[in-house]
Ligand binder design. Structure first.
Ligand SMILES: [Cu+2]
Length: 372
C-alpha cells in the first residue's frame, strides 16, 4: 500500500456498466492510515465516521429503480430523488458533545452537492481525496462532485444535549439550460436544495481532543519543474452527437492518442476545460463534470472562471469538479508505474457513454511491448 493515509473508495469499472453496478451497491470505503496521520491526534474509533452520500430512486414497491426513462438522463446522468447515507434514507447521526472526524464521500451516480451546515456555521475541512491537508481550512460551503471526498472536523462541544442540526446541500445553478423540463416525480434537478442527514446531540461527554494547527506535510510541486509549462496539455469537455467526449473522443479499450502519452517520471501540467458544452436536442448543453485520474494524486495549480468559493484545492486530489465555464490546471507526476491508465468524468453515466480515455505512462519500451 503506497497511498497516503486518507479516505478512498473502490467500485467495479466495466465499460458501459459502471453506473448500474455502483447504483446496485457495488462500492465501498477503503480507509488508509499511517504514522503521520496518527501523529495528528484526530478523533478516532467511534468518533471517526465515514459517510457515503448516494442519490437513489424507488418505485411504488420500494424497489430501487435506475432509470426514470426521461430523455434528459442521457445528458444529466442518473440523479434520483432520495438521499441515502450509508444506505439509510432520512439518516440521523447521534453525537456526543465533542469533536468528530466526518469522512464524506459523494458516491452518487451524477448528483453533486453544495454541502453546508444548516445553522450557517462554517465547515472546518481537514482532508481531501488524498488525505489530510497541511492545516485546517474553513469554507461556508463545499462543492462535492461525484467521487470526491472531504473530511470535516465537526465539533458539537458547545451544543446543548437535545440539539438537532443537519448537513444540507444548498441550492445552486448548474448552468444547464432545460432544467425546467425536468418534470416528473422521480426527477429532482441537480442543484436542488435538500437535506443530507440530520444530527442529534444526545449525550454529554468530556472532550479529549482539540483541533490541530498542523495536520500533515505536503511537498508542493513547482510549475517551473514541469516539462510543459508553456504548453499545458489541454482536454476539452464537449458534447458531440448527443454523447459526452474528451477532446471530441470517446473510450476505446486500448486506444491511446499521441496527445495522451506521457513520459515516465515527468511532472506535467494538465488543463481541463469545461467551456464549450455542445449542442443537444434542447439547445446548448453545458454541465458540471467531475474529472478523475486513475493511479495518481495531483495538485491543483490554478482555476479560472470560478464564480463561487466552494472548492478545497489545498490538498492532494484525484477528482476535481468543473462547473460550466470553468477551467483547471493540475500538476501531475507520472511516477511509480508505466502502463495504461484511465482518466474520465466521474459522472457515472457520462463515463459509461464514453467520457473516458486511456493515457499511457511510457517508460521507453512499454508501447513496443504492448503493440499499441
Ligand atoms: Cu461528465
Amino acid at each position: 500500500m503506497r497511498n497516503r493515509a486518507g479516505t478512498y473508495w473502490y467500485h467495479p469499472h466495466p465499460h458501459g456498466r459502471t453506473g448500474p453496478q455502483v447504483y446496485g451497491g457495488l462500492a465501498g470505503f477503503f480507509l488508509v492510515s499511517d504514522e503521520e496521520e496518527k501523529a495528528a491526534g484526530l478523533p478516532s474509533g467511534e468518533y471517526d465516521i465515514p459517510l457515503v452520500i448516494q442519490a437513489r430512486a424507488f418505485d411504488n414497491d420500494n424497489q430501487l429503480v435506475y432509470t426514470t426513462g426521461h430523455m434528459m438522463e442521457r445528458v444529466t446522468g442518473f440523479l434520483g430523488n432520495r438521499i441515502l447515507v450509508n444506505g439509510n434514507p432520512d439518516f440521523i447521526l447521534p453525537v456526543a458533545t465533542r469533536a468528530y472526524r466526518l469522512r464524506l464521500l459523494n458516491g452518487s451516480n451524477s448528483r453533486i452537492y453544495k454541502l453546508a451546515w444548516q445553522d450557517g456555521r462554517p465547515l472546518t475541512v481537514i482532508g481531501t481525496d488524498g488525505g489530510l491537508l497541511e492545516k485546517p481550512v474553513h469554507r461556508s460551503y463545499v462543492m462535492l462532485g461525484v467521487g470526491e471526498r472531504i473530511e470535516l472536523w465537526a465539533d458539537f462541544g458547545r451544543y446543548p444535549v437535545g440539539t438537532e442540526t443537519a448537513l444540507v446541500s444548498l441550492p445552486f445553478d448548474t448552468g444547464m439550460m432545460g432544467r425546467g423540463m425536468m418534470g416528473g416525480g422521480r426527477v429532482l434537478p441537480n442543484g436542488s436544495g435538500l437535506p443530507i442527514f440530520r444530527i442529534r446531540v444526545n449525550r454529554k461527554e468530556k472532550e479529549t481532543v482539540s483541533l490541530p494547527e498542523r495536520l500533515s506535510t505536503i511537498e508542493r510541486y513547482k510549475p517551473e519543474d514541469t516539462v510543459n509549462l508553456r504548453y499545458p496539455r489541454t482536454f476539452h469537455l464537449l458534447m458531440r452527437h448527443m454523447a459526452w467526449t474528451i477532446n471530441g473522443r470517446t473510450f476505446r479499450m486500448e486506444e491511446v492518442a499521441n496527445d495522451e502519452k506521457v513520459r515516465m517520471d515527468s511532472l506535467e501540467i494538465w488543463e481541463f476545460i469545461n467551456e464549450g458544452g455542445g449542442m443537444g436536442m434542447m439547445g446548448m448543453m453545458n454541465m458540471p463534470h467531475p474529472i478523475h485520474l486513475h493511479g495518481k494524486q495531483f495538485q491543483v495549480l490554478e482555476r479560472r472562471g470560478v464564480t463561487h468559493s466552494g472548492y478545497v484545492d489545498e490538498g492532494w486530489k484525484d477528482t476535481v469538479l468543473l462547473m460550466p465555464g470553468e477551467r483547471i490546471r493540475l500538476l501531475v507526476r507520472f511516477e511509480d508505474y508505466p502502463g495504461l491508465f484511465l482518466y474520465h468524468c466521474h459522472n457515472l453515466e457520462h463515463e459509461d457513454m464514453g467520457m473516458m480515455r486511456n493515457y499511457l505512462v511510457d517508460n521507453g519500451n512499454y508501447e513496443k511491448e504492448m503493440k499499441l
